[in-house]
Design a protein around this ligand. Structure first.
Ligand SMILES: *[C@@H]1O[C@H](CO)[C@@H](O)[C@H](O)[C@H]1NC(C)=O
Ligand SMILES: *[C@@H]1O[C@H](CO)[C@@H](O)[C@H](O)[C@H]1NC(C)=O
Length: 537
């Protein structure tokens, strides 16, 4: 059965800039806010001046008409004639001419349009989608967002009903009826509170709410909302039509219950019972594990007795300054190195990367082309060792710590995550099913991943491994390291990992992918090839 009730036609603009994808650009935006405020206050001053002149002229005209109602033929007096003409020539026309040039207005428009770094519709939609993602991952209720109840060092003010409505409207426009229902409901709750000075029209909220809840299968709920709408605006044609439609749907359902209609009955879509299912996701069930790990929910599992913590100095480079090495998972091995990069080195990396940050792209499994994707939201840039001695030093430190050759390793990739910034579960190595010859025979596949944490976000941003239930907290100055391939060179599917969305604060990471070629004598094959099922996720 197809739903065919009606709704408003929508318009969406699309320009790319995506500031929300990186904290660095959001900071720039916070700065441009001062600029905008200054331009606006200049504009207000300009308008104020004109307004005062206009009011004065109005006052003069009023005086004249008062006088002329008292004495007929007022302009018989040449002085009055002079004053009236002066008022019209000098005061009024000068004023109108001064409006006509409009230089100030043009300057204002130019200032706002060209001089200031402004977000656009894309950013607006992006930041709202990011908030929805955070609701899901960290189980945040719209209620707590509306009231500004989130527990953070950086509190926010409560939201108006209009702002709640917007959070729902953007979801609706993206056919995300789950979040649309949540936020239209929240907007209604807030409208109650706003009473006589509503920030959005109740009719409009009811209209969207009824449509989206019907889309979720809640026909009875939609009917009630639409009836409420019609009680406020009896001439609302489309709503009246929808009422008939919903009533018929409910009647059909009852008939079906009584076996009067032929179709088999699908009890999962009872139109009387309120439900608001989350949309299906490409990750399927893995999404639940991913999100639970991101939240830090306890994941049942055995803790290996082989885990350890030590000062490691197995390489000459580490003799003077041993590294704090912790093995956090035994099979596959994942190491964590504490305080392995200095504040100074972190600043050097960030400063070199800042001008290079671009929206991260991923290789499409279908076309093999690189493109931006919803599931990878960050800005990143690449640095070569030639750009700074510190980078060269860090690369050789990696060589010492990992016992691997850096001769075929990739450049440094630096990434900065913004609001809700994330990278959903993925493999770092190229799989046999990937299109094309991903890395070629010159460097081979990505044998291992090194990941520096250049910041600790206040909440969120962990690195998680869903297949093995491991979560690595991003702690400034530490680094994680793991092998993506078995010694045989086969991909280790257990290393599928993700970067959780950042909830509060900022996340910077820097990673280096180390390749197969050059490691032949450093990491030898086992005598027996490991079992590595090519499970496709
Ligand atoms: C509507 O919002 C209120 C307040 O946040 C909440 O208690 C209620 O469960 C919500 N109802 C729905 C259907 O989402
Ligand atoms: C490097 O080799 C040393 C011993 O030679 C070993 O203790 C250490 O765990 C190795 N490091 C890694 C990351 O494999």
């Amino acid at each position: 059965m197809k739903l065919s009730f009606f709704f408003i036609v929508l318009y969406m603009g699309a320009v790319r800039s995506e500031m929300f994808t990186s904290y660095e650009e959001m900071k720039r935006l916070a700065d441009s806010q001062h600029q905008v405020a200054e331009h606006l206050s200049n504009f207000v001053e300009f308008c104020d001046k004109r307004l005062n002149i206009a009011k004065k002229i109005v006052g003069e005209f009023k005086k004249f008409s008062q006088e002329s109602s008292k004495q007929t033929n007022i302009v018989g007096n040449p002085v009055n004639a002079f004053l009236l003409i002066k008022l019209m020539v000098k005061d009024l026309q000068n004023f109108v001419d001064s409006l006509n040039t409009m230089d100030e207005l043009k300057k204002f428009v130019r200032d706002i349009k060209e001089d200031v770094f402004l977000p656009d519709n894309e950013d607006y939609e992006g930041v709202i989608k990011a908030m929805h993602r955070l609701e899901d991952t960290y189980l945040i209720q719209p209620n707590d967002i509306r009231l500004g109840n989130l527990k953070t060092q950086h509190p926010s003010r409560p939201l108006s009903a209009f702002e709640c409505f917007e959070l729902g409207r953007i979801a609706y426009e993206n056919k995300d009826y789950y979040h649309a229902v949540r936020w239209m409901n929240e907007s209604l709750v807030q409208l109650e509170i706003e009473g006589d000075s509503p920030s959005v029209s109740l009719v409009q909220v009811l209209d969207y709410y009824a449509f989206t809840t019907a889309k979720q299968g809640n026909i009875k709920h939609a009917l009630d909302l639409t009836k409420k709408l019609v009680s406020i605006e009896p001439d609302h044609e489309r709503a009246r039509y929808n009422i008939d439609y919903f009533e018929k749907e409910l009647k059909d359902y009852k008939k079906k219950l009584q076996g009067e209609l032929g179709d088999p009955l699908d009890l999962s879509i009872n139109p009387y019972i309120f439900k608001n299912p989350r949309p299906e996701h490409a990750l399927g069930l893995e999404r639940d594990v991913y999100e639970a790990l991101c939240r830090g929910d306890p994941i049942p599992g055995k803790v290996s007795k082989n885990l350890y913590c030590r000062y490691a100095s197995y390489h000459p480079m580490l003799k003077i300054a041993p590294v704090k090495e912790e093995l956090i998972n035994d099979n596959p091995k994942i190491w964590l190195y504490h305080e392995i990069i200095t504040e100074n080195q972190i600043e050097i990396m960030k400063n070199l990367a800042r001008p290079k940050l671009k929206r991260a792209i991923v290789r499409s499994p279908i076309t093999g082309q690189y493109e931006t994707a919803e599931y990878r939201i960050s800005k990143s840039g690449w640095l070569t060792d030639n750009e700074h001695p510190t980078l060269r030093f860090l690369t050789s430190l990696l060589g010492a710590v990992t016992n691997l050759s850096m001769s075929t390793a990739e450049e440094w990739q630096i990434a900065n995550y913004g609001i809700g910034g994330q990278y959903e579960p993925h493999f770092d190595f190229a799989r046999k099913s990937d299109p094309g010859d991903a890395f070629g025979t010159e460097i081979g596949n990505r044998i291992a991943t090194w990941l520096f944490y250049l910041d600790s976000p206040e909440v969120g941003g962990a690195t998680v491994f869903p297949p093995i239930g491991i979560r690595v907290n991003p702690i400034r100055r530490s680094a994680a390291f793991w092998y993506n391939l078995y010694p045989s060179g086969d991909g280790d599917y257990r290393t599928r990992h993700a970067a959780c969305p950042v909830l509060f604060g900022t996340k910077w990471v820097s990673n280096k992918w180390i390749h197969m070629v050059g490691q032949e004598f450093l990491r030898k094959c086992n005598l027996k090839r490991e079992d590595s099922p090519e499970v496709d996720y």
